[in-house]
Design a protein around this ligand. Structure first.
Ligand code: GDP
Ligand code: IMO
Ligand code: MG
Length: 433
């Protein structure tokens, strides 16, 4: 068996949570492989909306197991809050949620460090979600981090104290006064208390040696879907560095984040919005600063699922999409939020970038924020029909079909699913995955 992968091709928030939930009945296991509570994955069904941050989006299906892989970073407080919020859904966390012992822990002092680094950056700040992601991955690669498995050992508190001590020294060095700084509404000491309580709860859940467990699942012919967080253009190597997250969001991250070999990767399902959004700082060539951008934000309800910040909005960027498809080896595409484009008289799609005033390129250059880079658009006719109630793919307006076929031709990969609303049921299949 192979591990299929579903990941975002833009700057995150493409709708990964919704689609993973829709596809879960086809899989035995859903596994997160990177990122942490910077993610906000929204699922809607039965008139209820859920936002998941660390828990994989297969959790609402009784027959699926959900694994938090070694590549994920976990804030125990946020994780337990998430579990508590799902209390009414009768989810069996003790058998359906498994955590890799090698996943790293986000300490309260990582949260302080994140805020201190951002404050020190001033205008050049990344626009981080301030969930401690960067500092935790930094400690991982610097070989200082604490892992879930460490919390099972008797000397855990000592290790914690020693790491916290170094963090607080750095925070002082950065002149960051944290005495009145609140972490999700709590003082440092209050958060720390909750953190240890949450660790105790996490220790009642199943901890696994994830890499061994997953490879055994494959030998047992179980089907696995790896669920990406963030998006390819936020990848620490290939995104618009330094305005990126601190993990490998691309398909290669599945191998290191779950412990499977590259030969075990099956389908790579790439998901993109019919337009583009970005939250936080960094280049965004097709960003719209006018009424059209505002309309996209309003119609698409483009406000961050984790932080509530308004998302920056713009037209679909094909050079960037092709780049993401190339990096991930995407085998099928899913187009999200087609309904949001309804009732625009015309739609623009960026086919190239112009640089040096004359040269046309259709790839992502080293510096995406270079001042001379101008997006070149193809204008396409819009459609007036409301798509949100459609249940048959053949009912899509012909202008939308032309838009879909144009994208497929440009990027060379078929669009298998078109999503026309946030609910599970608002999902139109063009080709079975
Ligand atoms: P994720 O991080 O990739 O899981 O995406 P988010 O949940 O952060 O953001 C996607 C948002 O779009 C959520 O509010 C979803 O409920 C919503 N959504 C998903 N698919 C569609 C769609 O096809 N149409 C509309 N209008 N909203 C959608
Ligand atoms: P999902 O999984 C959109 C952005 C932040 C910031 C940058 C670094 O819901 O698609 P970090 O907190 O990682 O230090 O932030 O990355 N970012 C996201 N943007 N969706 C996400 O996740 C994001 N996770 C991080 O806004 O610009
Ligand atoms: Mg999101």
């Amino acid at each position: 068996m192979k591990v299929d992968v579903l990941l975002g091709l833009q700057w995150g928030d493409e709708g990964k949570g919704k689609v993973v939930d829709v596809l879960t009945p086809k899989y035995n296991v859903i596994a997160r492989f990177q990122g942490g509570p910077n993610a906000g994955h929204t699922l809607e069904f039965d008139g209820i909306k859920h936002v998941l941050h660390t828990i994989p989006s297969g959790i609402f299906h009784k027959n699926s197991q959900n694994i938090v892989g070694n590549g994920v970073v976990i804030d125990p407080v946020i994780f337990v809050n998430e579990i508590n919020k799902l209390a009414s859904r009768e989810v069996d966390f003790h058998s359906n949620l498994l955590i890799s012992r090698k996943a790293h822990l986000i300490l309260p002092s990582h949260r302080l460090l994140d805020a201190a680094y951002e404050a020190a950056k001033g205008e050049l700040k990344i626009g981080s979600t301030l969930k401690g992601i960067g500092p935790t991955y930094t400690d991982k690669t610097a070989r200082n981090g604490l892992r879930v498995g460490d919390s099972e050992a008797p000397n855990f508190k000592e290790k914690y104290k020693s790491l916290k001590f170094t963090h607080l020294k750095t925070v002082d060095f950065l002149n960051f006064d944290y005495s009145r700084f609140l972490i999700d509404g709590l003082s440092f000491d209050e958060y720390e208390k909750k953190w240890f309580e949450a660790i105790e709860f996490i220790n009642t859940l199943k901890h696994i040696d994830g890499e061994i467990y997953i490879n055994q699942l494959l030998l047992d012919k179980k089907s696995i879907l790896a669920e990406g967080a963030q998006g390819t253009l936020l990848d620490v190597d290939f995104g618009s560095y330094p305005f990126v997250t601190s993990s490998n969001t691309v398909c290669a991250g599945v191998c290191t984040g779950l412990g499977i070999s590259p030969s075990r990767i099956g389908k790579v399902i790439g998901i993109f919005k019919a337009y583009c959004t970005r939250v936080g700082s960094g280049p965004f060539p097709t960003e719209l600063f006018d009424a059209t951008g505002e309309e996209l934000r309003k119609k698409g309800n483009e406000f961050g699922s984790t932080t509530g910040r308004p998302r920056r909005c713009g037209w679909l960027d094909l050079p960037a999409l092709k780049y993401s498809i190339m990096l991930n080896g995407v085998t099928e595409l899913i187009m999200m939020k087609a309904d949001v484009l309804s009732s625009f008289e015309t739609i623009n799609v960026c086919t190239h970038y112009k640089i040096n005033d004359e040269e046309l390129i259709d790839y992502v250059p080293y510096d995406l924020s270079r001042k001379d880079l101008v997006p070149v658009y193809k204008e396409m006719p819009g459609w007036a029909a409301d798509l949100t109630g459609m249940t048959n793919i053949n009912d899509l307006p012909k202008e939308l079909v032309s838009y879909i076929e144009f994208i497929e031709k440009e990027v060379g990969v078929p669009i298998a699913i078109v999503s026309v609303g946030p609910d599970r049921t608002q999902t139109l299949i063009r080709k079975e995955i």
